[in-house]
Ligand binder design. Structure first.
Ligand SMILES: Cc1cc2nc3c(=O)[nH]c(=O)nc-3n(C[C@H](O)[C@H](O)[C@H](O)COP(=O)(O)OP(=O)(O)OC[C@H]3O[C@@H](n4cnc5c(N)ncnc54)[C@H](O)[C@@H]3O)c2cc1C
Length: 284
């Protein structure tokens, strides 16, 4: 439980943090909330030579509600996401998700940027940013670039971030009036992470699904969009039969992870049951 020796620097600007990364391409790790990284250091699952503390970088903190988009700085904590009235007035899914993420201690320190950059296949926020069709803003030595959330998660603990890049913010387009949201999660009883988590954004018009998006976490190597189920549901009423069919489609198309707690068949069944339950909430 004692980390290997490392050097520590506190970055005073995003540019400086990127320079530190560029100068130490293999041996440096960013420190945000530390609630994934520090346990990993203590267990020696990670042994970086240099920790770059980015916690004081005001330029990637906070929530801005603009005309067309909401911008969330990478260093915004899970608690801040839950507490923000302007954010939850538009996207109540942030409070709903934060309320089932870990415990108050973790929520007070852990950041959304750290969670997305870490890309734990069982983390909660990846499903939410997929359902909200967010863009992930990435800062690097040559400037900034924006990646759709759907292209950001590549594999288990693997993202579109290059070694010398920093996740700067999450930009979410405001949805049309009447869009509703839900996040459902089956928690692992020991870790609290998602065995399966489903985030939905949906707008109904005259009793049929006008527009929807579904983000799924926990089930596979990385969070993904439930596109086939959305295509099936669009233009249809949320009848029991249509819900069952969409849930069956998503479950059958998902190549689920298997572990000692949840074999693949069990996870696939959870995908079916949880999507069905989540969709039922929109039918009422
Ligand atoms: C007991 C416990 C229970 C938890 N339960 C849950 C849960 O139920 N659901 C859930 O989703 N999560 C859970 N977590 C994880 C928690 O949400 C972490 O806070 C989060 O995964 C990582 O965020 P962090 O800010 O702590 O990042 P850190 O631990 O500081 O960093 C994590 C990784 O991301 C990198 N990184 C951090 N910020 C950036 C950035 N801006 N750009 C690029 N790379 C960056 C770091 O270098 C590191 O590799 C739990 C953690 C603990 C300890």
């Amino acid at each position: 439980m004692i980390p290997a020796a490392f050097d520590y620097v506190r970055a005073s600007s995003l540019t400086q943090a990127i320079e530190f990364l560029r100068d130490n391409p293999d041996g440096a790790r960013l420190l945000a909330g530390g609630h994934t990284l520090i346990p990993a250091l203590k267990l020696r699952l990670a042994s970086p030579e240099l920790l770059i503390d980015i916690r004081s970088l005001a330029e990637i903190k906070g929530i801005e509600v603009g005309e067309t988009h909401v911008k969330i700085g990478a260093l915004t904590t899970h608690s801040e996401l839950s507490a923000s009235e302007p954010l939850n007035e538009i996207f109540p899914i942030f409070r709903e998700t934060a309320s089932v993420l870990a415990d108050p201690q973790v929520r007070n320190r852990g950041t959304i940027g750290g969670s997305l950059a870490n890309a734990d296949p069982a983390a909660d926020w990846p499903a939410v940013v997929l359902a909200l069709r967010a863009q992930i803003e990435i800062a690097g030595a040559t400037g900034r670039r924006s990646v759709p959330a759907e292209e950001f998660f590549l594999d288990i603990f693997s993202t579109a971030l290059e070694p010398d890049e920093i996740l700067a913010s999450i930009q979410i387009p405001k949805a049309k009036t009447g869009t509703r949201y839900a996040y459902r999660k089956i928690r692992h009883p020991a870790s609290g992470f998602a065995v399966v988590g489903i985030a939905i954004a949906m707008r109904m018009l005259d009793g049929v699904v006008e527009e929807a998006s579904i983000g799924v976490t926990g089930a596979t190597n990385h969070a993904f969009v439930g596109r086939d189920a959305v295509e099936f549901l669009t233009g249809k009423a949320l009848t029991r039969d249509n819900i069952d069919e969409a849930a069956r489609m998503l479950s059958e198309k998902t190549e689920c992870l298997s572990d000692r707690y949840a074999p693949a068949e069990y996870r696939a069944n959870l995908v079916r049951v949880e999507l069905g339950r989540a969709l039922l909430e929109f039918s009422q």
